[in-house]
Every structure is written in C-alpha cells, then in structure tokens.
Design a protein around this ligand. Structure first.
Ligand SMILES: NC(=O)c1ccc[n+]([C@@H]2O[C@H](COP(=O)([O-])OP(=O)(O)OC[C@H]3O[C@@H](n4cnc5c(N)ncnc54)[C@H](O)[C@@H]3O)[C@@H](O)[C@H]2O)c1
Length: 342
C-alpha cells in the first residue's frame, strides 16, 4: 500500500504528548511509522516512542535541555501543549501557549529543519479574529528572543492576572505568527499551519466547562455534532497538516469545530469571538474577582491525603522506555501510559 502520508521513519517532535490531543497525535504518528520524540511536563512511561522527554515549557532552561535530547535534524514539529489558564496565572499560560512555541521555532526548528519540513501548532477557535485584533499582541509579534517576549509579557499584564485572559491572546498571537512564518519559510519549502480545535474531550474539559458556565453551555458550542470531539478527531487533521498529503497547504488556520464557525458566518449562531481580549476591562479588580469566583471549584485547595499522594508521585524516578521491536510495540493505550501528574 502507498505511504501517502509519508511519515515512515520521519523524526517528529510532539509537545503535550501525555494527554488529550498530543497523546492521540503521538499514537497516530507511531501507527504511521514515525520516530516520535514525545515531550510533556507530566512524568509517564510511553511505549513505542524514541524518547519521552520531561520538559517544562514555561522554563527556557528546561526547553534547552529537552531540545538536546532530540536529533539535530527534525522533520515535523507538533506544538500541541497548552494551558486553558483556568488553573494557572497569566504569565505561565501565555508562556506555555505562545512564547515556548515561538522560542522553539526561532532557536531550534529554523536551524534543524530542511526542505520538506513541517510545523503545526495547536491554537484554538478561541484564537479566531487574530488578524483583526493584532494590535493587542503587537509587542509579541515584534519580539524575537525569549527575553524580549518575557519583557513584553511583564509590560502587558500583572503576573496574577487571570490566566484565562492570556488564553485567547496567546492563541491569536500564535495564529498570526504561524501565518508570518509560513511566508518566511516558504522559499525553504517548509510548511507551517495551525489547527484550531473546537471543544474536545481532553484533560482541559472540566476547565472549559467551568469557564463556559457548565457542561450544556460547552455542548452548545459543538456545531452540528452536539457532542465534544474526541482527541483522535483532532489528531487526524493535525497529522494530515504535517503530512505529504497536505503538500500545497501552508499558512492555514484550520478550524475543526463541527460547523460552529459556519453557523456563526450564516448568522445562525451568536458570534462570541469577535471582540478584543480587552485586558483593560478584565484587569479591573471587580471583574477579576467575579471571574476568580467562577473558577473557584477548580482551584480549591487539596486535602492533606491528596497532597501526600502527589508528593509521593513526584519523587518516583522518570521512566524513559526504549523502543522495542516486539509485537507489544503498538501505540494503543496501555496500563503504563497512564499519566503521573507533576
Ligand atoms: N480541549 C479543548 O477543548 C481545546 C480546544 C481548543 C484548543 N485546545 C488546545 O489543544 C491543545 C492540547 O490540549 P488538550 O485539549 O489536549 O488538553 P490536555 O490538558 O489534555 O493536554 C495538554 C498537555 O499539555 C501539557 N502541558 C501543560 N503545561 C505544560 C508545560 N509547562 N510544559 C510541558 N507540557 C505542558 C499537559 O501536561 C498536557 O499533557 C492545547 O494547546 C489547547 O489549548 C484544546
């Protein structure tokens, strides 16, 4: 059978590989014969990958260390890791969602990718209208280094500003960067795209439910499907974007939302995205207090027993399994693939 996707033996790097869309992407790439370097902040043993690398994408040194573990030549990069901001502050959320992706690209991918390389970031439908509100994140567009981006971040908001305010801005900024980069790297025949998922049943579901105002409110944002997407339903188009099957596609923000955006365009649905992030308004103490209250259930302190169990897990050694040439070496979910939260 023809290898239309062309992933056989390709060096692929996937961030956010421990859960949700990143995990489903890793599994699919393994099924297609890729050599996967999986990264996440969560410690876990993952069967079938070349290397599982623990990294904190909010920390430059940790990223530098992680990139040393990856071969000097990279064929495809999947920037999937992200934070909703419901449990993390503004700085952390923006850094993981935007700064880390841009830093990895500028410092490592530009150097390590050759003709035919592909890059895809997972942004969000929450990052729509990126072209209209580009002035809100202009400082990040102009900043190239990690340090310049962090300076811009500190100028823009206070650290304890609610992380959920960083979410749409980081995703819009990443959609903009993706478009710029696609044009810049076009002459080198490197393609760059983004996947904009609608609501998906992943580790973030509970956080998005609370932000949306409950399960039903989230389901109302699922277009014609009337259900959340599965992680695999996002992995399919993501893996397609970076594959040989998408050879003429670059600079595309691919919306995968079961028609929600089409309904908005046809005026069948209220447009909730066409507005500025409006940091000035959301920074008002009154609004911040209201939003923090809404997110309270997610951030309530853990009881002593839970804390003890978590600290025991952190002390356990990191397992980095070797790829084995056995029948067991399939990307299906296994008992040892269960994540161990940091
Ligand atoms: N689930 C949705 O409804 C939805 C909708 C739109 C966009 N997205 C985007 O999809 C992407 C994947 O998220 P998901 O839905 O699979 O959620 P998820 O929570 O299941 O997966 C996110 C992964 O990112 C990892 N991560 C978080 N912080 C990290 C850090 N500092 N360093 C390294 N890894 C870190 C987590 O450990 C986790 O494995 C994100 O970028 C998210 O914004 C999700």
């Amino acid at each position: 059978m023809n290898d239309y996707f062309g992933y056989k033996n390709k060096i692929c790097v996937v961030t956010g590989a421990a859960s949700g869309i990143g995990k489903a992407t890793t599994e699919l790439l393994l099924e297609l014969g890729a050599k996967v370097y999986a990264m996440d902040i969560t410690k876990m043993a993952m069967t079938g990958v070349e290397k599982y690398i623990v990294v904190d994408l909010s920390d430059k040194e940790s990223i530098d260390k992680a990139m040393e573990e990856v071969p000097t030549h990279i064929d495809s990069f999947f920037g999937v890791a992200g934070l909703s901001g419901a449990k993390t502050n503004y700085y952390k959320t923006f850094t993981v969602n935007y700064i880390a992706n841009k830093y990895i690209t500028e410092k490592y991918l530009k150097e390590r990718m050759s003709y035919g390389g592909t890059i895809s970031y997972v942004t969000s439908t929450g990052g729509l209208y990126w072209e209209k509100y580009a002035h809100e994140y202009e400082a990040f567009t102009n900043a190239k280094t990690w340090e310049d981006m962090i300076t811009a971040l500190h100028k823009q908001a206070k650290e304890d500003t609610l992380g959920m305010m960083a979410y749409p801005l980081s995703k819009r900024a990443l959609n903009y960067y993706m478009s710029q980069l696609a044009i810049e790297l076009g002459p080198k025949k490197i393609r760059v795209n983004a996947l904009l998922p609608g609501s998906t049943d992943t580790g973030m579901k509970e956080e998005f439910e609370v932000e949306a105002g409950g399960h039903d409110a989230l389901i109302a944002e699922t277009g014609t499907a009337n259900r959340l997407a599965t992680p695999r339903e996002m992995a399919y188009p993501l893996v397609f974007l970076n594959s040989d099957m998408a050879s003429f596609i670059t600079g595309l923000p691919l919306i995968v939302d079961a028609g929600t955006n089409a309904m908005v365009n046809l005026k069948m649905k209220k447009d909730r995205m066409n507005m500025p992030v409006g940091l000035k308004i959301f920074n008002l103490p009154f609004i911040q207090k209201q939003l923090a209250k809404q997110l309270e259930p997610l951030n309530k302190p853990k009881d002593k027993q839970e804390e003890k169990q978590e600290s025991e897990k952190i002390e356990s050694p990191i397992e980095t399994p070797k790829k084995e040439e056995t029948k067991e070496n399939t990307p299906k979910e296994k008992e040892e693939d269960k994540p161990e939260l940091l």
